[in-house]
Design a protein around this ligand. Sequence first.
Ligand SMILES: [Cu+2]
Length: 142
Amino acid sequence: MIPLLALGCGGEAAEVTGVAGPVLHGCTANGYVDRRAPTASRSVFYGGAADAGALSYAPACMVIAPGQTVRFDGLERGTFSVHPLVPGPVQGVDAGALPNNPIVRADDGRAAVEVRFDAAGVYPYHCEYHQPSMAGVIVVRP
Ligand SMILES: [Cu+2]
């Protein structure tokens, strides 16, 4: 019996959820988690926090609705000085025409930032030091 696992960002095992999104940053076409429900968690953990590997984001591939806020959170395990959060695709990846990405570069000692996504679109992000494997995508759609 083969478990329903696929290789996600950084070679970490990621759940296959059947939610569609672009193939980018290790995200597979149907490998996105749907966090559009009002009560869903919209935290992206990194740097060994919660479900994230030391050099990965979890969940790295997330679908949210316009107007919702994502919290990038290293909890007690990671900070942006170790894992600088950078908007946009990793080097060498052409993500096509990118709309304005509301993610703002964070490279200080904070562990968490919250980013509100108002417009539908595809918003890649990555860690400056650990790209290309440490990368993810937020897809915003109704
Ligand atoms: Cu990193």
